[in-house]
Design a protein around this ligand. Structure first.
Ligand code: PLP
Length: 456
């Protein structure tokens, strides 16, 4: 039996990311065999709606023939070339041109990497290189937020604000200060209004800038809507306030659009939803619908020109990856963006927001659910042990993990991130699909409630 031998081989030889391997050796893998639209099927033929679009990333669904064809065409023509030292090829040129066209005014330059983590590492090095060339080598620190996720390499993992990603890895390894998570429901104080919460966070940011010295701070990085930390939407006025502080103190503002970008919030980029214009956007995931690994750093002329001038002064910008702007990945990205445009998938996210978010908000009455939050086609349901006090379950993730397990049993894949159950379906999702997502989630919550009560 193939599935058994596959599972046995996996247990014998694979080491999985983000996995308790001793537990995995006992319970074995869930093996996915094929995809069809918003659905995937495991090796036993069981059907699931992929409610997280893989890892927040498969915008066009799991069976798009145009992406396969684009990859095959490019494989036939020129399967690999690089872009080091003045070399170029059409897919990377066209994709950079396309991204500059889609990006806010003035963001005209693109640097490619293979992953979001590498992209954020690259941004750190870009700003260090820029400030060295500008004769201000002390301007190297970063501001980020608690619960932010920016990747997992040594530098991008340092920007990430999740203790679990730091504590056993001796991170942060670069100078970074993590500010309060901009999530009013959880971090607002007793009696504080949302506007007061925003004002407090902006004051905190400014106090840190002044205490550290603005001349030491290179960049501020944040996700417009935070994803992997638990789907947190920002309070009113937060982003324009952060933008103003960055302008005031000459700090480069980086919008990490790896999850938000290309329509997730019902706008092309997340920054557009919240009314701010960054200097740099970091994109990946929905850029290729994750059919190929690819990330793109999109920067404004000011950042680009400072780096380009430095290359004259300091020498070449000595950074890049073998796979930077891989032609097959770029060809798939171009086709994927064409599909997103032709099928108006960004509009689809905006149109379905009311049904998706409205349907999920009804679960706010469920005894396990402390808050339902989200925007466009991304949402989180935070599980609490006590709705009145917002007390969390211990250990973290115990009950949200159980919801995800019951949801899978009911044919819905979602993800437990800490105490939050996250949903982020492919952008091609339909009204019928959303009805099914809501029904399956409802059953998973009820099964979990029975389980919690039986556990005592
Ligand atoms: N930034 C954000 C906002 C992300 O959500 C992620 C991945 O989930 C990353 C960066 C890192 O991307 P990658 O996993 O491709 O390295």
């Amino acid at each position: 039996d193939l599935s058994n031998s596959l599972a046995a081989a996996d247990i014998a030889h694979s080491m999985h990311p983000y996995t308790n391997m001793r537990l995995h050796e006992k319970q074995g893998p869930m093996i996915m065999a094929r995809g069809d639209g918003v659905r995937v099927y495991d090796d036993q033929g069981k059907e699931y709606i992929e409610g997280l679009a893989g890892l927040w990333s498969v915008a066009v669904g799991f069976s798009e023939p145009r992406l396969r064809d684009a990859a095959v065409r490019q494989m036939d023509l020129l399967p690999y070339y690089h872009s080091f030292a003045h070399k170029a090829h059409e897919p990377a040129i066209r994709l950079a041109e396309k991204l500059a066209e889609m990006a806010p005014e003035g963001m005209n330059r693109v640097f490619f990497t293979n992953s979001g983590s590498e992209a954020n590492d690259t941004v750190i090095k870009m700003l260090w290189f820029m400030n060295n060339g500008l004769g201000r080598p002390e301007k190297k620190k970063f501001l980020a937020r608690n619960k932010g996720y920016h990747g997992i390499t040594i530098a991008s993992g340092s920007l990430t604000g999740l203790p679990g990603n730091h504590k056993d890895f001796d991170l942060p390894a670069i100078p970074v200060t993590h500010l309060t998570c901009p999530h009013f429901w959880r971090w607002g104080e007793e009696g504080e209004t949302e506007a007061e919460f925003t004002a407090r966070l902006l004051k905190e940011a400014e106090d840190v800038i002044l205490a550290e010295g603005p001349e030491t701070i290179a960049g501020f990085i944040g996700e417009p809507v935070m994803g992997a930390g638990g789907v947190m939407t920002p309070p009113e006025g937060y982003w324009p306030g952060i933008e103003a502080l960055c302008h005031k103190y000459d700090i480069v503002l980086i919008s990490d659009e790896v999850i938000n970008g290309f329509g997730r919030l019902g706008t092309t980029f997340g920054c557009q939803k919240y009314g701010f214009t960054p200097d740099i956007m970091v994109t990946s995931k929905q850029l290729t619908s994750s059919y190929m690994p690819l990330a793109a750093i999109i920067m404004n002329d000011k950042v680009y020109n400072a780096i380009a001038d430095n290359s004259e002064k300091l020498g070449t910008f000595g950074h890049g990856y073998t796979g930077s702007g891989h032609p097959v990945a770029c060809a798939v990205g171009l086709e994927n963006l064409a599909i997103i445009e032709e099928r108006d998938l960004i509009g689809n996210a905006a149109r379905l927001e009311a049904q998706f978010q409205g349907g999920l908000r009804k679960f706010a009455d469920h005894p396990l659910v402390g808050e339902v939050r989200g925007v466009g086609l991304i949402a989180g349901l935070e599980m609490v042990a006590d709705k009145a006090t917002k007390r969390s379950f211990t250990p973290t993730g115990k009950v949200s993990g159980q919801v995800a397990k019951f949801a899978a049993q009911e044919g819905l894949i979602c993800r437990a991130v800490y105490d939050t159950v996250a949903l982020c379906p492919p952008l091609i999702v339909t009204e019928d699909d959303i009805d099914q997502i809501l029904a399956r989630m409802g059953r998973a919550l009820d099964l979990t409630w029975d389980w919690v009560q039986a556990e005592g």
